[in-house]
Design a protein around this ligand. Structure first.
Ligand code: SAM
Length: 239
């Protein structure tokens, strides 16, 4: 066997191995949480809406480890698909999460996953109260999935915003304007989490002067994957 053929075989083997490692990690986490989020769904996909693909759990594990999201934060997952991000982050960090998707079927799937998750964990749908003071926040659901267009959602309750390649930069700009308007009404520390840097977004981010990059996490599946695509970037608003 020639050297070239040997290298090709090794590369193919590594790719396959990595694919299975990722896939099984995803299956195992879905089983642990009692939810069904593994399979992609590209129905209704077009040039502005990129269809459903879940963020790999390995990426979400890195996000949790990074420490940027705290228990007291509220995170919006823009284009939540089947609800994986919200359920996992609530499970691991205890933060409040709101998933937004304009696809009604996916919101139904997210809510079915939420019911399965709570059945699996026998948890309360509401955050616990630990004193006698009546605080309206105590009665807000810890996980919520809302049927809405991302660009129409007013994110006044949140300070963390997650995106995994849901739509075009044109729609992102509209969503970003909503976030900025919300910040102007109520200034607070805001974090934007962005996974998967397509060329479109790589060109867009340097043109947005209101965003400051605070962390850049390598999320390549292996040394063979693209260094520029598989990144988790964390931005804050320029004050
Ligand atoms: C790549 S999936 C990401 C799923 C999830 N955030 C995750 O990381 O596991 C993108 C989702 O964005 C939704 N989406 C696309 N355009 C949207 C829009 N304008 N408003 C709300 N949701 C949208 C799609 O229906 C799809 O479920």
């Amino acid at each position: 066997m020639s050297e070239e053929v040997k290298i090709n075989k090794k590369t193919q083997f590594m790719r396959l191995r990595q694919f299975y490692l990722y896939f099984f990690n995803d299956l195992i986490w879905d089983l642990r949480l009692g939810i069904h989020t593994v399979f992609s769904d590209y129905r209704g996909m077009n040039r502005t809406n990129y269809g459903y693909d879940p963020t790999p759990y390995q990426v979400l594990q890195k996000l949790v480890k990074s420490g940027w999201i705290r228990k007291e934060d509220t995170l919006v997952d823009y284009g939540c698909g089947k609800g994986r991000v919200g359920i996992f982050l609530n499970n691991q960090i205890g933060c409040r999460v709101i998933g937004i998707d304009f696809n009604e079927r996916r919101i139904r799937q997210s809510n079915s996953n939420l019911i399965r998750y709570y059945k699996n964990k026998s948890r309360s749908l509401y955050s616990p109260r630990d004193d006698n003071e009546s605080n309206p926040d105590d009665f807000k659901p810890k996980i919520q999935f809302i049927h809405s267009k991302a660009e129409e959602y007013v994110p006044d309750e949140a300070n963390c915003f997650y995106f995994f390649n849901p739509f075009s930069t044109k729609i992102f700009q509209k969503v970003f304007n909503q976030i900025k308007d919300s910040y102007d009404r109520n200034p607070r520390k805001i974090y934007i989490f962005f996974y998967y840097l397509s060329r479109e977004y790589r060109n867009y981010f340097p043109t947005n002067n209101s965003l400051v990059l605070v962390d850049d996490i390598d999320c390549r599946k292996s040394f063979l994957s693209s260094k520029t695509l598989y990144k988790l970037q964390i931005y804050t608003l320029r004050e």
